[in-house]
Design a protein around this ligand. Structure first.
Ligand code: 1HN
Length: 358
């Protein structure tokens, strides 16, 4: 009798668009993070081949705006997202082409694979792009890209599009012209703030976003080499550095952070897991990472994902340095007081490999 009434009650809840907690699976309150995105790797050869073909077949009309090809994590049900919070794409710009000016609320970065005479103009500040440069695009700053050479340029785009979409906070605005006016000399913000340790003495502001639009590779590489020389290293990430706003010490974006790390020859890091998701780009070298027990072999140009709370460790299998660029949503987690991390203590800090990703 009571059972019948309970049955009826559940049906009534359902019809009234209500769901009682006691019938819900642990989806609502799992004992630990249970991401839908899965550890995954995209091979550069394939990405390059398809981007090149897109370069031949797809023209950049206003509205389409960017020839960006997004990583779609197979765990995310066909969404063009690398993780639950991060977008990562490969973008191809043909020689002499223009990607027209627009602006949007998602925070964005570009990491240059091959600049080949191309530029990005961010809010009137025009910078020329070289391999290994990091270009910042804080929210709602106008930006357009173009090529002044005959050669194609290629870079990767990281944005917080999935998070912005979840929050229903997206705004997008085309400028209705191809390129912004540039009123300063080229590389203006780099010349003014690029040292990273000195600033124009008369300026007292501490802007939320870094004052320079670009971090040049020569400086980044020097910082990695110097840190290595110091003898200090992270057990989980070896020679790892975070790009920061030099005027505040904060990550370059509010919702995500950018890292560059050098794995010294034959280094094998200690596994750990964190409440944040990370997308890696292999800038240089070869090796593998073990993510949640799965071995992911990687080499230059490959991209791979470490979802939230998955154990991971990195191994450089060669006698040359390996360099990984990555973006992670740790700043969001910290801002919202959700960040945690845990070392893997068993087996000398190294996971047992249970399968190899093909
Ligand atoms: C965008 O503005 C760029 O400016 C790249 O290069 C990828 C993906 C979605 C929305 C805007 C860029 C983008 C994007």
């Amino acid at each position: 009798m009571k059972d019948d009434r309970i049955e009826q009650l559940l049906q009534n809840f359902n019809e009234a668009n209500l769901q009682p907690l006691w019938t819900l699976e642990s989806d609502i309150m799992p004992h630990k993070p249970n991401p839908k995105s899965i550890p995954f790797l995209w091979k550069w050869e394939k990405l390059y081949e398809l981007a090149e073909e897109a370069g031949e077949l797809i023209t950049l009309e206003r509205g389409g705006d960017r020839r960006a090809i997004a990583l779609a994590n197979p765990g995310l049900g066909g969404m063009p997202f690398a993780t639950e919070t991060l977008w990562m794409a490969v973008q191809w710009l043909n020689g002499k082409e223009v990607a027209p000016a627009h602006r949007h609320t998602p925070q964005a970065i570009r990491f240059i694979v091959d600049g080949a005479g191309s530029y990005s103009t961010v809010e009137g500040d025009k910078v020329y792009l070289e391999r290994g440069d990091l270009v910042l695009n804080p929210p709602l700053l106008w930006h357009d890209h173009g090529s002044e050479s005959e050669e194609r340029a290629i870079w990767i785009d990281g944005l917080d599009i999935p998070l912005t979409k979840y929050l229903n906070a997206n705004f997008f605005e085309p400028m209705h012209k191809d390129t912004q006016e540039v009123n300063t000399i080229k590389n203006y913000s780099i010349l003014k703030y690029g040292s990273g340790t000195l600033k124009p003495a008369w300026e007292r502001e501490k802007p939320v976003y870094p004052p320079m639009s670009t971090f040049k590779w020569v400086k980044t590489e020097q910082a990695l080499l110097d840190l290595a020389k110091s003898g200090a290293a992270c057990p989980h990430d070896d020679i790892a550095m975070e790009y920061i706003n030099p005027l505040t010490g904060n990550p370059v974006m509010k919702t995500f952070s950018c890292w560059i790390q050098m794995l010294r020859p034959n280094v094998h890091t200690q596994a750990h897991r964190e409440v944040c998701s990370t997308v890696y780009f292999v800038f240089e070298g070869s090796g593998y990472s073990v993510i949640d027990g799965i071995r992911f072999d990687w080499k230059q140009g490959d991209l791979f994902v470490v979802p939230n709370w998955k154990l991971h460790e990195h191994i450089n299998t060669s006698n040359e340095r390996a360099i990984l660029f990555s973006i992670n949503d740790r700043p969001t987690m910290e801002l919202l007081d959700k960040y945690r991390a845990e070392k893997y203590e068993e087996n000398g800090g190294h996971q047992i490999v249970t399968s190899v990703f093909e």
